[in-house]
Design a protein around this ligand. Structure first.
Ligand SMILES: Cc1cc2nc3c(=O)[nH]c(=O)nc-3n(C[C@H](O)[C@H](O)[C@H](O)COP(=O)(O)OP(=O)(O)OC[C@H]3O[C@@H](n4cnc5c(N)ncnc54)[C@H](O)[C@@H]3O)c2cc1C
Length: 473
């Protein structure tokens, strides 16, 4: 079961186009069969021999000003790159729960006043409404941050602008690929967009922008991904209602979030109630039964009924969530990051941190490969970001993928999952991995106990499922 789940993880498969390209690249550089040492030496030489740019610095455009685009733009601008960030809607309020891990606050130096709420209590609620408190192992300074996306995204974009990036309010339409010729092997990408500014008024104006490299940070429906034939990914559809509830009810959610599991709220995901500044966000998602999403949403709302009684829906939103990385994430001097690349974890549906982190990592690879904007970059420079990304986060994605397959498949399995969540060791491991994005080494004895408990829970879940099947026949 677990091994087939691992093989099905498309983005990191051995034969994915990304990996085939990587193999082609290293072969094309090796005249005789390369040893590890010669291959490494050739790589360094290739970077050093990339042409110097004179009279200007490397120009990079980022399409999309969400967390991925904002953090990429800031890193590029600080690294000496001539940076352009194109965002179609400056006050974009991305449909999102807005939960971020504690490590993001420190790593991205986020000011505390953009965090609406600090969640220290989390309730996991089973199909039969058994609620388990899973924040008990948190230390006094630990919390899950809740942000409004319009605030976070604008903050990151403004910081990029302060670092020197040119932020363009524009709708990216398409890009022309470089016209390769011997005379100009590094000819530019030409981006076409509709620009909106004081000069154009509300109407917008067709414009073009020439750059040496492009970062696609334009989310799940990425046009940059289409432009490089990056291939599709399976996706979940997520639905969310923002509900303003009476202040007395809001008290309950002050520092508490809820996750509901069960066939009623989603066949393959979970329903949530997350506290926002002055309301709660109630939502759910599914990959397998997209046309039933409204039914699942109603069920989620019903499960929380007593706690949100008297609430008024102030906003309804829906958006795709990628399920796995795209088959191709780098092509030529174009790289995809964040949702455009497909970096949302299964099981938890988390993508904000991974978007910001991938944007930064990709930008760092460009800064390094171009020697702070003084040299042209090549596909191989951008691939360094992919290599580092896969090496760093592959285990996290895999573990969550397997967990989803094991525990979200039936109501008895979900009951077992919630039961397991009561274990303090499980809570500590889960929270440490979520808050700090590190797979924390555990205590071998506790790991063994956990494995025995997991197997026990699953055996009970299977027995229960068989009993329920008999009853329903
Ligand atoms: C309902 C829902 C709830 C979620 N809850 C959470 C959560 O609680 N925690 C979490 O970590 N993740 C959550 N996610 C996932 C998270 O929202 C994404 O992973 C994250 O937003 C990805 O960031 P990004 O910068 O890659 O893309 P996006 O945030 O999608 O940003 C893309 C940007 O590109 C712009 N853009 C798009 N096309 C163009 C174009 N043609 N021209 C110019 N600009 C363009 C958009 O306006 C947007 O600003 C949730 C997702 C959904 C749908």
């Amino acid at each position: 079961m677990a091994s087939s789940a691992l093989k099905n993880f498309v983005g990191l498969r051995q034969n994915s186009p990304d990996n085939q390209c990587r193999r082609r690249l290293s072969l094309s550089k090796s005249i005789s069969p390369p040893t590890t040492t010669t291959r490494r030496r050739l790589r360094i030489m290739a970077a050093k021999s990339s042409p110097k740019i004179t009279g200007r610095n490397l120009r990079v455009a980022i399409v999309g000003g969400g967390p991925a685009g904002g953090s990429a733009a800031e890193t590029l601008a600080k690294g000496g790159i001539e940076t352009y960030l194109i965002e179609r809607k400056m006050d974009n309020c991305k449909p999102c729960g807005g939960a971020i891990p504690l490590c993001m606050v420190g790593e991205f130096d986020l000011p505390l006043d953009i965090i609406d709420r600090r969640v220290t209590k989390m309730k996991m609620i089973s199909p039969s409404n058994v609620a388990v408190d899973i924040g008990q192992t948190l230390k006094p300074h630990e919390y899950i941050g809740m942000v409004r996306r319009e605030i976070l995204d604008a903050y990151l974009r403004d910081r990029a602008a302060a670092a020197g990036a040119t932020v363009i309010n524009g709708l990216f339409l398409k890009m022309d690929m470089p016209k390769r010729s011997d005379a100009d092997p590094d000819s530019p990408y030409v981006l076409h967009y509709t620009g909106y500014d004081a000069k154009t008024g509300g109407a917008g104006e067709r414009r073009t922008l020439e750059v040496d490299a492009v970062i696609g940070a334009d989310g799940a429906n990425s046009r940059v991904a289409k432009g490089i034939s990056a291939g599709d990914y399976e996706y979940a559809i997520a639905f969310q209602e923002r509900i303003k509830i009476p202040e007395s009810k809001m008290k309950y959610y002050e520092d508490l979030a809820e996750m509901y599991v069960g066939d009623d709220v989603s066949p393959d995901f979970y329903g949530w109630v997350f506290p926002k500044c002055d309301h709660v966000a109630v939502g759910t998602g599914t990959v397998t039964h997209k046309s039933d999403i409204k039914k699942f949403q109603t069920a989620t709302r019903n499960r929380a009924k007593e706690k949100i009684l008297g609430g008024k829906i102030i906003r309804v939103e829906a958006h795709p969530i990628p399920e796995h990385p795209r088959p191709r994430r780098v092509a030529g001097r174009v790289a995809l990051v964040g949702d455009a690349a497909g970096y949302v974890t299964k099981c938890s549906g988390e993508g904000i941190y991974f978007a910001a982190k991938s944007g930064r990592m990709c930008a760092e690879a460009i800064v390094e490969g171009s020697e702070n904007g003084r040299r042209m970059v090549a596909e191989e420079d951008l691939r360094k970001y992919l290599e580092l990304w896969d090496k760093t986060y592959w285990p996290t994605y895999k573990v969550l993928d397997v967990l989803q397959k094991l525990f979200y498949r039936s109501n008895p399995a979900r009951e077992a999952f919630v039961e397991m969540c009561a274990d303090e060791y499980v809570q500590k491991m889960t929270f440490d991995s979520y808050l700090y994005k590190k797979v924390v080494p555990g205590n071998p004895l506790d790991d063994l106990k956990l494995a025995v408990n997991t197997i026990g829970s699953l055996v009970r879940a299977n027995a229960l499922r068989r009993e329920m099947e008999k009853i329903s026949v």
